[in-house]
Design a protein around this ligand. Structure first.
Ligand SMILES: Nc1ncnc2c1ncn2[C@@H]1O[C@H](COP(=O)(O)OP(=O)(O)O)[C@@H](O)[C@H]1O
Ligand SMILES: [Mg+2]
Length: 246
């Protein structure tokens, strides 16, 4: 049987042009030109309130910009395209069912019949090293296991691109490492990764390029080593040195 997902049109590159979001007279997002989908890992860093979440929500089609437009492979975002674009949040939303059922449900929603969805879900859990929790209720899992399950569910859809919004912010170091391994593996499998993180060491470990956001805009976007060793802007220099940007 053909892999159904391979018949679905590509969603990358994910592009934003002249994006602006204003609330109560304050410009919260102002990004002129952005493009993701290079099969690489981009870390988005920046202080709280910089607009990181807003930018990725806008690119994922979950927030409508006041100005500008988002395209996925040249088209406006469409519901059916969500099969190839994934998003992982800091606190994943899981069904109060088994780990396996959580993954199978997502696959059924993507159009796989029940038996194929269950087979693919089992394979996805195995691939993620989570077979042992397949039958466990998602609400009984630890925070780290929940996040790994959410990541396995996202990867079961074979996304071309995956947006992650601070996926390890509330995890301990061991669970963080497991998620980082999954991100590495996803990248090796050809998924483009856009990772919002406040963990600079994580950005160094995982990212090919680092993008600094401040006050709704992109201040600097550079290859990881250059970002840390030879930043071009004062903001990036200060941020990489651990100073507080206001
Ligand atoms: N739905 C919203 N309505 C109005 N303001 C918002 C909304 N969501 C976020 N903001 C504001 O927009 C700014 C950017 O938020 P956000 O993208 O969440 O920042 P970050 O993820 O970088 O911490 C913040 O000042 C925040 O308070
Ligand atoms: Mg955020």
């Amino acid at each position: 049987m053909l892999d159904r997902t391979s018949q679905i049109a590509a969603v990358t590159p994910v592009c934003g042009r002249a994006l602006q979001i204003t609330r109560a007279g304050r410009v919260l997002l102002d990004v002129s030109d952005i493009e993701f989908g290079e099969r690489s890992v981009t870390a988005i860093v920046g202080p709280n309130g910089a607009g990181k979440s807003m930018l990725i929500k806008t690119l994922c089609g979950l927030m409508r910009p006041d100005r500008g437009n988002v395209t996925w492979n040249g088209r406006p975002p469409a519901r059916s395209d969500y099969r190839r674009l994934g998003m992982l949040l800091q606190h994943p939303v899981l069904l109060r069912r088994s780990a396996l059922a959580n993954v199978a449900y997502a696959l059924k929603c993507a159009g796989h019949d029940r038996s194929r969805a269950e087979r693919l879900a089992l394979a996805a859990l195995e691939h993620a090293g989570l077979s042992h929790i397949a039958a466990t209720s998602a609400r009984r899992l630890s925070g780290g296991e929940k996040q790994r399950l959410a990541m396995a569910r996202a990867m079961a859809m074979r996304p071309e691109i995956l947006f992650l919004d601070e996926p390890t912010a509330s995890l301990d170091p061991a669970s963080t490492l497991r998620i980082e391994e999954m991100i590495d593996k996803a990248r090796e499998e050809g998924t483009s990764i856009v990772l919002v993180t406040h963990d600079m060491a994580q950005a160094r470990r995982l990212a090919d390029t680092v993008m600094l956001m401040h006050r709704g805009g992109i201040v600097e976007h550079a290859p990881t080593q250059r970002f840390f060793d030879a930043p071009a802007t004062d903001e990036a220099r200060a941020f990489a040195a651990g100073e507080i940007l206001i």
